[in-house]
Design a protein around this ligand. Structure first.
Ligand code: HEC
Length: 171
């Protein structure tokens, strides 16, 4: 028998074998809690509810399966979410949902490779800079492979039903 000491909001995972079928009462050793109803029952014969155990009403968000798209998503979540959201509203930079409809792949490739050059020469980039408080997107030093993966991920987002992908990391 072992005891784990848990402070407020701490948690632990325990594994154990149950030698005999039955219902086992579970309490913490601060028995005043039990007297107020903090009692659990571990039953060996209760069946888990067969219905969906998710307790919220949100549909599960879609996830890509193609390896490049998955990599693009992971990179996006670690490098880009500080300034961009997928569909949760404007941050320092634009929402990326719909970006493959606004821009061609060639444009996106040039942008991701060298935003500073595009901001000098490309009219659409200049207009965007103005809209975003003249904050130029810093060059992210992306490799060609990474750029392809981001663009694949953007296409994947735009192929999902509108509003289905929020991807602020937590979803
Ligand atoms: C420091 C903030 C910042 C970071 C980090 C950042 N961006 Fe940006 N991004 C911007 C801003 C601001 C714009 C709007 C143009 C401008 O003002 O330069 C932009 C524009 C864009 C656009 C064009 C959107 C459109 O509607 O045409 C794309 C695509 C983009 N960023 C992708 C990325 C990717 C991919 C990453 C991560 C590798 C990234 N950004 C990281 C700030 C950022």
């Amino acid at each position: 028998m072992q005891t784990v000491l848990l402070g407020s909001s701490n948690s632990a995972t325990v594994e154990f074998m149950i030698p005999e079928a039955g219902s086992y009462i579970m309490v913490d050793h601060h028995f005043a809690n039990a007297s107020q109803g903090a009692i659990g029952l571990i039953s060996t014969d209760a069946k888990p509810e067969s219905k969906d155990l998710e307790h919220h009403n949100l549909p599960a968000s879609a996830a890509p399966s193609d390896p490049d798209t998955v990599q693009g998503k992971l990179n996006f979540e670690s490098k880009c979410l500080a300034c961009h959201s997928v569909g949760d509203g404007r941050k320092l930079g634009p929402v990326v949902a719909g970006v493959t409809k606004r821009r061609s792949d060639v444009w996106l490739t040039r942008w991701l490779k060298a935003p500073e050059k595009m901001l000098e020469a490309d009219a659409d980039a200049k207009a965007m800079l103005k809209e975003f408080n003249n904050l130029p997107m810093p060059n992210q030093s992306l490799s060609d492979v990474e750029i392809k993966q981001y663009i694949k991920y953007f296409h994947w987002i735009d192929a999902q039903p509108a509003g289905a992908v929020k991807a602020s990391g937590a979803h």
